[in-house]
Ligand binder design. Structure first.
Ligand SMILES: [Zn+2]
Ligand SMILES: [Zn+2]
Length: 320
């Protein structure tokens, strides 16, 4: 029996009787990070990195049974030793190292190798079997250096301001939004966050995780302030009723998907900034090599293509 198995409930460790990022309600859930496709409600108990606590409690409720740990601290569950290691994806994101009788598996969850200077950077963890994500596992995905992207965003904002337009930047409320907030040029003008973004910011701040202070986007904001300002909001493009309050505006989206020029919903945005919290093609390959694993299991994205590529490179690789 493999140490970790892929079951309809999620990744299961039979020896330790726990799941990693389970998709259905289970007794014992180890959660890699707070994004909703990984951290679901209904589990009897949760284990996660301590910086995931504000996110999990905001999203899943204050009363969940949650145990947290720092990175690298071994915890034994039914004789199986697990420890969390930085995945560099968002605040609190973790790779899960599972060690049973000397056999080591790492489930990396979502990860990126570039240091975003917000969350702790990805740590290479050697293992026998490495479970990698494959969200952007195609050779076309190669991210520009983030400093270039942030310079572009700040230039775009100044340009809009000089034209009397509100800058509306779409970004996911957990992870991307905070990463952008850490890299804005606040000398340009005021920054406003949609309530769903600001709720997340505030729960992180209350927990002691630094997030720059910004303005809440509410009915009191004056139009002339908006025109100088930059608004961060979850995804809403041109034509959505929410956007009328910002007219005239320029609306942009910050995402790895912006690297694909032909996506259908692109027309809803004036600008796209290529900014991803996932590893790009070179980084996925590097992570696989650095793991020194004998076996690679690919999941969460374009797995078929990536696992075949890895086999062609001589790896023992398969899809989950
Ligand atoms: Zn994620
Ligand atoms: Zn994910």
């Amino acid at each position: 029996m493999p140490l970790l198995q892929f079951t309809p409930n999620g990744i299961y460790c039979e020896a330790g009787d726990f799941y990693i990022d389970p998709v259905r309600a289970v007794q014992r859930a180890v959660i890699t990070h707070g994004h909703s496709d990984h951290a679901r409600s209904g589990h009897a108990s949760y284990f996660a990195h301590r910086d995931s606590e504000p996110v999990l409690k905001t999203r899943l409720g204050k009363n969940i049974s949650l145990r947290t740990e720092k990175y690298g601290v071994p915890v034994t569950i039914n004789g199986v030793t697990i420890s969390l290691h930085p995945a560099g994806h968002i605040i609190g994101s973790s790779q899960v190292r599972v060690d049973y009788q000397g056999e080591v598996w790492v489930a990396a969850g979502d990860y990126k190798l570039e240091n975003d200077r917000v969350c702790q950077p990805f740590e290479t963890v050697r293992c026998n079997t490495f479970i990698t994500e494959a969200t952007f596992a195609l050779p076309i995905y190669r991210w520009p250096d983030q400093d270039l992207v942030f310079a572009e965003i700040n230039r775009w904002w100044k340009q809009n301001q000089s034209e009397g337009k509100t800058s509306v930047l779409n970004a996911y409320s957990l992870g991307k939004a905070q990463r952008i907030l850490h890299h804005l040029d606040y000398s340009t003008g005021p920054v406003f966050c949609h309530p769903s973004v600001e709720t997340m910011n505030q729960s992180l701040r209350e927990f002691g995780i630094p997030v720059p202070k910004v303005n809440l986007l509410d009915a009191d904001v004056r139009p002339e302030e908006l025109r100088r300002g930059l608004v961060i909001t979850p995804v809403s493009g041109k034509g959505s009723p929410f956007m009328t309050q910002f007219e005239p505006y320029s609306v942009a989206f910050a995402s790895g998907w912006m690297a694909v020029s032909k996506r259908r919903n692109w027309q809803a945005f004036d600008r796209g900034f290529i900014l991803s919290d996932h590893a790009d093609w070179p980084a996925l390959n590097k992570a696989v090599i650095d793991s020194r694993a004998d076996k690679i299991i690919v999941t969460h994205g374009t797995e078929g293509i990536f696992s075949r590529w890895l086999r062609e490179q001589g790896f023992d690789a398969e899809d989950a």
